[in-house]
Design a binder for this molecule. Structure first.
Ligand SMILES: [Zn+2]
Length: 317
């Protein structure tokens, strides 16, 4: 797939992206975050906007305040409420008194939003585009650039450097397919993602991401045609991942495929009706905010014990 790379960006510095748009890259590099979370500063007719203040990191908030340089902040926008994007919201909102705008329904808030956006909602020149899949409350923000470019701040829904994890229950593969298809119908010129560099000709990568998942879904169905699988075993068969976290992430993606196929009536879940599964908690515990990554890996692996089989009458792939 045509992913982009970039050298590690300079830290604690405001980087020019496009006229009127800058980013500060948070110092939270990792296997899921690339060089770190992009916090964007965007000049609008109403004043400055910040998209995704980033993780709860005092130094990053200080860098943002230096970049804001005393300018009036009209709004803080959140693409979604994962902690690498929203952890700094309370500190930045307190320091700037700017209102915080987020999707109207959210499960993971550690603060009270001032503006609740629905699909198509508008604030300071941005239009919210509800794009669940990576997270139920995920929004992309459409914005007209100073040179007339049709920009989309794409958060973690479509990133230039990697595909997104779709981890149930907050992540939903059916929603992810629909939200990728939605972006294919749009005519944006550039995506500005939550991690990684700006993406030009964004529909090429978006189409490739959707095709990649469809290919993976076919592989899941072919594997299920002959036998029953646990999620962990199927993920190990389909993905070659040595890193513990990436292995767990692969299991989450496979589980997400299986739950989508189950919702469509194609596969049959052999639990929890017949067995006591420790992962039942994971499907009801929507708030995962305070988990360390080790706790999250352990929860993911417990969840991966879940077993699936192909439904009768759906064996031809
Ligand atoms: Zn992120």
């Amino acid at each position: 797939m045509g992913f982009l790379t970039e050298p590690e960006p300079p830290r604690h510095i405001c980087l020019d992206v496009l006229p009127g748009i800058q980013r500060v890259v948070a110092a939270n590099p990792g296997v899921m975050t690339y060089h770190g979370t992009n916090s964007y500063l965007v000049e609008t007719a109403d004043g400055l906007a910040v998209i995704d203040p980033g993780p709860d990191d005092t130094a990053h908030v200080a860098d943002l305040l230096v970049a804001i340089a005393g300018r009036e902040l009209s709004v803080i926008l959140l693409t979604h409420t994962h902690t690498d994007h929203c952890g700094a919201v309370p500190a930045l909102a307190k320091a700037t008194r700017a209102p915080v705008a987020v999707y109207e329904v959210s499960v993971n808030l550690g603060f009270v939003p001032d503006i609740k956006l629905s699909d198509g909602g508008k604030v300071s020149g941005f239009t919210a585009v509800h794009t669940p899949g990576h997270a139920t409350d995920h929004l992309c923000f459409a914005f007209k650039g100073q040179a007339g470019e049709r920009l989309l701040f794409s958060g973690d829904h479509v990133m230039s450097w990697s595909s997104s994890i779709v981890s149930p229950p907050d992540g939903d593969m059916g929603d992810y397919y629909r939200s990728l298809s939605l972006l294919l119908e749009r005519e944006d010129d550039l995506f500005l993602p939550g991690h990684g560099p700006m993406l030009s000709e964004p529909r090429i990568l978006t189409a490739a991401l959707l095709a990649h998942r469809q290919k993976r879904e076919r592989a899941v169905l072919m594997a299920l045609a002959g036998r029953e699988w646990s999620v962990a075993a199927l993920a190990a068969d389909l993905y070659a991942k040595a890193d513990l976290f990436l292995k767990a992430a692969a299991q989450r993606n496979v589980l997400a495929h299986l739950l989508k196929l189950k919702a469509e009536g194609t596969v049959r879940e052999l639990s929890p009706e017949n067995q006591d599964h420790p992962d039942n908690i994971a499907l009801t515990a929507l708030a995962v905010k305070h988990e360390s990554w080790r706790e999250r890996v352990s929860r993911m692996q417990e969840d991966a014990k879940r077993r699936f089989g192909l439904s009768a009458g759906e064996a031809s792939v």
